[in-house]
Design a protein around this ligand. Sequence first.
Ligand code: CO8
Length: 258
Amino acid sequence: MTDFETILLEKRGRVGVITLNRPKALNALNSQVLQELVVALDDLETDDGIGAILITGSERAFAAGADIKEMQPKSYMDMFMADFFAGWDRLASARKPTIAAVSGFALGGGCELAMLCDILLASDTAKFGQPEIKLGVIPGIGGSQRLTRAVGKAKAMDLVLTGRNMDAEEAERAGLVARVIPADELLDEALKTAETIASMSLPVAMVAKEAVNRSFETTLSEGVRFERRVFHSLFATEDQKEGMAAFVEKRAPEFKNR
Ligand code: CO8
């Protein structure tokens, strides 16, 4: 397996776990983190043994944002020519289900990275925010769009314009976070959730997330049409036959991911 310097990659059964690992910089996201994350993600996406991907940080910080020290000297032309931050789109195009397990700071790019995942689980110590305005910029990895879709205009404007943080409870109330979990149980719970997802039929889980994500990109009637077509197509899978046979025969299904 590739040696990484800024992340850790582990395969725990059918779950791939990526841990951000720049403790001295509170896991600030620099270009190396992005490069390594993309390599790790490509590895997990092409490994047939992996059914779900968990991304986490440390107890103190999921990630305290994009690396300000890396960005500070850059010019407009540097940012434009490098299409700075465009690489993060790789996460949005992940086909396998992704879960962010967030403890501590998830600020700026950290909040945006968590929002790029399909399910966001937070410890009771988590703090979310888009403080870029305090640095003279705005969110640059989709925060102004994904936060607004997640929590609505009122709170998104409040957070993006004041740069204030939101605690885990407020984030759950606002609909950003699926569940809040005591800090010392976060990783176990997140792993359990990932294992549950990884125990389903992988192609069906991939299609399920595609259908939910479709709702952000299309009208209701087109989305419902898309869902129905894909639903019909699942009757061509062995796993639909197995899932329904197992129910009728009162036994656990054995999905073959086919
Ligand atoms: N980048 C680089 N280094 C960081 C970052 C960061 N985002 N956050 C923390 N660090 C470093 C600190 O510099 C410090 O390093 P050192 O010990 O060498 O001085 C170390 O991590 C520990 O941090 P603190 O001493 O500050 O720890 P505190 O517990 O006192 O404070 C905070 C924790 C509140 C999280 C504080 O570190 C903080 O405010 N960090 C910055 C948060 C922030 O503003 N994040 C947004 C960054 S911008 C972004 O994500 C998107 C930009 C979009 C640009 C669009 C362009 C296209």
